[in-house]
Design a protein around this ligand. Structure first.
Ligand code: ZN
Length: 321
């Protein structure tokens, strides 16, 4: 059973584009039992960086009404996918794909949170306060390489209220795409395990989107989890957008995170359909290759169970009410 921290399957479905990495039937046959399915209101596409170093400006904020309108369409597209919507950890079963409704960027939410409960009732169980752009709640981390994640201001008052409201309702708060000031604001406010659904080790790949050792330590100390992102630009030491990057780069980050945080705090956060991933993996159908590489690297059955699903299930059970 494999549970995963992030995919952009809904965005492709909404756009009427074929999936790149997440054919749901092939994924299911490969042991993929689902995970976080992002509702992401897109900014105008910026081309993948060709040059290193790069420093992309933060995209402009999207007006809330516009973001809310697009999120309705994304949610409708989500509802068309042949998946089971997760509201409890018991919804995850072998042989079926179960999807957590995840808002990647809270841009669609009213700053007074008047619509949050309606979203909860529809199944929303995970909110990333920001994608990499500013909104009413926080400022995202811009895409830079190499760069510290410490790039700007932390949460707004509305952002702090959103974290408290998520704690109260039992909605997971995702730290991926936050800058470092925002990360520490959530760390101070939240009473749930800290989670970064799709981020890697900054010590191995110094992208602004990755997590410093002190951030990793804080996630560990909270009982939380990091979902390892398969995006080659966040795996590679040189940050290059090179699809010939081998699966061993994913294993390298998992080894580092396990060494730093312990086996209970590391999971998968693929970014399927959202990034360039290793050709050697190909997509969700290649997940057994990754599990095989981890086995070859010395992870036994108990460790593999934690990495592939048990850590996600534990954190979800502690976070959801
Ligand atoms: Zn993302």
């Amino acid at each position: 059973m494999i549970i995963d921290g992030h995919n952009d399957r809904v965005l492709h479905h909404w756009r009427g584009e074929p999936t790149l990495h997440l054919d749901l039937e092939a994924a299911r046959e490969a042991g993929f039992s689902g995970g976080f399915f992002a509702l992401y209101v897109p900014s105008p596409k910026v081309p993948d960086p060709e040059e290193i170093p790069y420093s992309m400006p933060l995209p402009e904020a999207i007006p809330q009404e516009e973001a809310a309108r697009i999120a309705e369409e994304l949610f409708a597209a989500f509802c068309e996918l042949p998946v089971v919507r997760a509201t409890s950890v018991d919804d995850f079963r072998e042989g079926q794909v179960t999807a957590i409704v995840h808002l990647e960027g809270a841009d669609p939410l009213a700053p007074d949170l008047s619509d949050l409960e309606r979203w909860y009732e529809r199944g929303l169980r995970s909110v990333g306060l920001v994608w990499s752009r500013p909104n009413a709640f926080a400022e995202g981390v811009p895409f830079r390489f190499p760069s510290s994640p410490d790039t700007g201001a932390g949460l707004t008052d509305a952002g702090r209220e959103l974290v408290r409201a998520c704690n109260r309702l039992g909605i997971l708060v995702d730290l991926s795409h936050l800058n470092e000031a925002g990360f520490w604001d959530v760390q101070r406010i939240s009473d749930a395990p800290l989670v970064a659904t799709h981020s890697n080790a900054h010590a191995l790949s110094p992208a602004s989107r990755n997590l410093t050792d002190s951030q990793l330590d804080a996630i560990r100390d909270s009982g939380g989890v990091v979902g390892v992102n398969f995006a080659v630009t966040f795996l590679r030491e040189d940050g290059h957008n090179d699809p010939s990057t081998p699966i061993s780069e994913i294993v390298r980050h998992i080894d580092y995170l396990v060494e730093r945080m312990g086996i209970d705090h590391v999971a998968f956060g693929s970014d399927f359909d959202g990034a360039t991933i290793p050709d050697e993996l190909g997509g969700a159908a290649g997940l057994p290759k990754l599990v095989g590489a981890l086995r070859d690297a010395g992870y036994d059955d108990a460790a593999l169970a934690k990495l592939t699903h048990e850590n996600w299930l534990r954190v979800l059970a502690e976070t959801w009410r």
